[in-house]
Design a protein around this ligand. Structure first.
Ligand SMILES: Nc1ncnc2c1ncn2[C@@H]1O[C@H](COP(=O)(O)OP(=O)(O)O)[C@@H](O)[C@H]1O
Ligand SMILES: [Mg+2]
Length: 257
């Protein structure tokens, strides 16, 4: 593991419609590490994921985002994706008429290191589908149309394993994963880490997803600020106590400002 950070977010302040949501956030992830971002509803966790990915809805007012040795603060979402960043889409799109396999094929097109011939692509996708216990019949189905929550997760994990990004941000907060989908995500994350020593930022309320995963760092966000950072021992503590004490401290700090 290198000592250089793969992702380094410094003093990040970001807003939408003149409303500041992130207030001077620092977060640093090294290659191969798994981080968890937790916090109550509305804390700014999903916003953080979107801003790192370059979602143009948000404005960066201050601070920088460095990734793999380059300042990416001003880069388009597409360029960040090509640089090796991946953000799971909480509500995967439905594209009637486009089979899943075509969508996957398009998502790797033109990416260095991922060029494959049709035959190789089909073999690879089949292999990954099997790894995720996914019926290969899905590959010919229209993207997203009529997919259950668990099936959508399988598609997302399949894309993750195909793309092998250097850093994947998985935002699971609002998706209400059932047991089936949970196990898909766990399996996908394990396979991803094993296959390419990828880094992860998992945004979640659901500590069950973390049960079988070794976590390096936990970040707690309240009111658009990181209020606590610790090792994995913080997860069972949050399980038991929730975010109330962090919210109280944050309210006191806000009053003092
Ligand atoms: N695109 C947006 N437009 C307006 N408000 C937004 C937008 N995205 C996030 N917010 C606001 O920012 C705050 C943080 O939201 P979010 O990042 O979704 O929190 P979390 O994921 O922690 O629940 C909320 O008050 C939310 O309403
Ligand atoms: Mg969210």
């Amino acid at each position: 593991m290198s000592t250089e950070a793969l992702l380094s977010v410094s003093n990040l302040t970001a807003s939408v419609d003149e409303k500041t949501i992130l207030h001077g956030v620092d977060l640093s992830v090294r290659a191969g590490e798994t981080h968890v971002l937790m916090g109550p509803n509305g804390a700014g966790k999903s916003t953080m994921g979107h801003v790192i990915m370059g979602d143009p809805v948000y404005t960066v007012n201050e601070g920088t985002i460095a990734f793999d040795g380059a300042d990416i603060t001003e880069l388009s979402c597409d360029k960040r994706s090509r640089a090796g960043l991946f953000l799971s889409f909480q509500a995967p799109v439905e594209i009637p008429g486009v089979p899943l396999s075509s969508f996957l094929r398009a998502s790797i097109a033109g990416r260095p290191g991922l060029e494959m011939r049709g035959k190789e692509f089909r073999r690879r996708v089949k292999e990954l589908a099997a790894q995720l216990d996914m019926d290969t019949a899905y590959l010919n189905r229209e993207l997203g149309v009529g997919f259950s929550g668990g099936e959508k997760k399988k598609v997302e994990m399949l894309q993750l394993l195909l793309l092998q990004p250097k850093l994947a941000i998985l935002d699971e907060t609002d998706s209400g994963l059932d047991v089936d989908a949970l196990s898909v995500v766990s399996r996908g994350m394990d396979a991803y880490r094993a296959s390419c020593d990828g880094s992860l930022i998992i945004i979640t309320h659901n500590t069950r997803i973390l049960e079988h995963l070794s976590v390096d760092r936990v970040h707690v966000m309240v009111g658009g600020r990181i209020v606590r950072e610790d090792d994995a021992s913080l997860i069972p503590w949050i399980d038991e106590h929730g975010f109330e004490s962090f919210e109280r401290e944050a309210a006191d700090a806000a009053e003092a400002r």
